[in-house]
Design a protein around this ligand. Structure first.
Ligand code: NAP
Length: 293
């Protein structure tokens, strides 16, 4: 694979940032990778894992002379990062991010970036329940979608360059309107996480004796929810606050459908239950066929 950038600056080296760093370095996609991490502990880990050529605690220092800047922190850090990197960005640099909500990312970052840089927001739809620099791996994006959300007036060569990068790390790339992205992700990702957090919390609130049995017999379905509910608390706090409108809309629809199922159970409507469960089974098959299982 040929070199795509001279210097890539990664702000935030957790699961997503470190996976990107690993792949970029493994395949020589940039001459140099400069990382920005907040704490001494993360800086030391990034150096020990060989994820970057240099690490700085100062975002402005990290982005100096970078031709690509990737922001990979929780969403609540965006505005502060934008304020700090804005004046230090090189003219012509491309700035992107990997955040799970796109309209808030654009709202928080775009006004703080100079007109001389090209900003195109993005979201790799790939992840695990783990976080931090040790949890990343070079193959994370393999076969997964990356959604780019350029807004009106976006620089098409910058979009094409980002497409090249995400394809080089193994992703399939699609462009989407940011609001549409946030609605789609509200149903396929954010609501399932909310449901998992709720179920696991409900089980945790049960009396002590029942709780031990929940753990013991978890293989009957509960276990799959606990994996999702083990996802990073800060990242997910930010996702729900940033995508409030879309999540509340999907939650409303979900609640209505749940109430309909509740009624079917109460009334003993076997056909209704079987009909819904048959439809949902077909969705699972379609996901397997699309190789997204
Ligand atoms: P993560 O593993 O928790 O890593 C986050 C990184 O951001 C850490 O290196 C952390 O540094 C740094 N950070 C946190 N707050 C910061 C601040 N105020 N200023 C500067 N750096 C800060 O998170 P992740 O899973 O990689 O997620 C990063 C982004 O990717 C999020 O916006 C998330 O929405 C998005 N995303 C996540 C997934 C997923 O499944 N996890 C999938 C797609 C997209 P320290 O270690 O020094 O605290």
């Amino acid at each position: 694979m040929s070199m795509l950038f001279e210097r890539i600056a990664l702000i935030g080296v957790g699961l997503i940032g470190s996976s990107l760093a690993r792949r970029i370095r493994r395949d020589g996609l940039a001459r140099e990778v400069v990382a920005c991490a907040r704490t001494r502990e993360t800086i030391d880990k990034v150096l020990a894992l060989g994820l970057a050529d240099r690490v700085s605690a100062d975002p402005a220092a990290a982005v100096t002379n970078a031709d690509l800047v990737v922001i990979a922190t929780p969403l609540s850090a965006y505005a502060e990062i934008g304020r700090r990197i804005g004046p230090a960005l090189a003219p012509g640099a491309i700035v992107t991010d990997v955040g799970s909500v796109k309209s808030s990312a654009i709202r928080d970052l775009k006004p703080l970036l100079p007109a001389s840089v090209q900003f195109v927001a993005g979201h790799p739809v790939a992840g695990t329940e783990h976080s931090g620099p040790e949890s990343g791996f070079a193959e994370l994006f393999e076969g997964r979608w990356c959604i780019l959300t350029p807004v009106n007036g976006a620089d098409m060569p910058a979009v094409a360059k980002l497409r090249q990068l995400w394809e080089a790390v193994g992703s399939k790339v699609v462009t989407m309107d940011p609001e549409h992205h946030d609605k789609v992700l509200a149903i396929v990702s954010h609501l399932p996480h909310l449901i998992a957090y709720t179920i696991v919390d409900t089980a945790t609130n049960l009396e002590k004796d029942l709780q031990s049995e929940v753990i013991e017999f978890s293989a009957s379905g509960f276990r799959d929810f606990t994996r999702i509910a083990a996802s990073d608390p800060v990242m997910w706090r930010d996702v729900f606050l940033a995508n409030r409108e879309a999540v509340l809309e999907m939650l409303q629809r979900f609640t209505e459908d749940l109430t309909a199922l509740q009624r079917a159970i109460r009334r003993g409507e076997a056909d209704k239950l079987q009909e819904v469960f048959t439809r949902t089974r077909a969705i699972r098959r379609a996901i397997i066929e699309a190789k997204q299982a």
